[in-house]
Design a protein around this ligand. Structure first.
Ligand code: SF4
Length: 251
């Protein structure tokens, strides 16, 4: 026992005590804020340099569902674009991911869009099956981290499971390639209904850098309602966990 106490003293507390209020370093790139007057010329140049088409010129805006958080636009226009370390950026309303000028409000879920059965059935226990549909393993690693000793989302009854038969929904990462389209559908069909669909990361939400690729088949998304959009490239575990907690109605 003394050995265990000694190890505990040496290592300190490993877990994040409060996943709702934890602070991230200022280096983290979360919700952008657009301020000041952006000329038409600057907006055009920024839109041209954005590698994923996330910047719209009129009205000037950044779509977090397309942004890969490379910060190139911030470096080019530091007086007008600033990426904050706000990681509470998941939402169930796709339009909420589009940040317009002088918008400095937190991203929230629209409770009216949450399916009623979600909060009734999954509030205290939610099992999810993760499907990497052409993902690059970055989001997948962050989702693994969401369950590790630091973030420990299992404390809320939220866990990833190996079989879709045991899952209450699917978490999709990657841009959904043609080769994974059928497998994704089969996996979703195997989950008991009602079943959640969560898009995790820029690639899943919009296709990201691959959105124009012929190798994608994103028809799944037009066949099933999306319950949660979790932006990030990759997604931070705190963004995912807080988004899911908001969706299932946990404090
Ligand atoms: S940070 Fe986002 S919006 Fe800015 S250039 Fe990169 S991808 Fe485009």
């Amino acid at each position: 026992m003394f050995r265990s106490i000694k190890i505990l003293r040496q290592h300190g507390i490993q877990y994040v005590p409060n996943l709702r209020t934890a602070e991230l370093t200022s280096l983290f790139r979360g919700r952008p804020v657009l301020s000041g007057e952006v000329s038409a010329e600057l907006a055009t140049n920024l839109a041209k340099m954005c590698p994923s088409g996330a910047i719209q010129q009129a009205p000037f805006s950044i779509d977090m569902g397309k942004c890969i958080f490379c910060r190139e636009c911030e470096f080019a226009a530091p007086d007008n674009i600033r990426f904050t370390n706000d990681y509470h950026i998941a939402t169930n309303n796709r339009d909420n991911l589009i940040i317009k000028e002088n918008h400095d409000n937190p991203i929230v879920l629209n409770p009216d869009l949450v399916r009623k059965e979600i909060r009734t059935l999954f509030r205290r226990s939610l099992k999810l099956r993760q499907v990497s549909a052409g993902g690059d393993a970055s989001n997948e690693m962050e989702l693994n981290a969401a369950g590790n000793v630091n973030f420990d989302m299992g404390r809320y009854g939220i866990e990833f499971v190996a079989s879709p038969r045991h899952a209450d929904g699917v978490v999709i990462t990657g841009p959904i390639t043609e080769n994974m389209a059928e497998a994704l559908q089969i996996c979703f069909d195997a989950t008991p209904k009602p079943s959640l669909v969560i898009l995790c990361g820029t690639d899943a939400i919009s296709g990201g850098l691959f959105q124009e690729s012929n190798a994608l088949n994103r028809n799944f998304l037009s066949r099933h309602p999306i319950d949660l959009y979790v932006p990030g490239n990759p997604v931070h575990p705190l963004t995912f966990i807080n988004g899911v907690l908001d969706l299932i109605g946990r404090e």
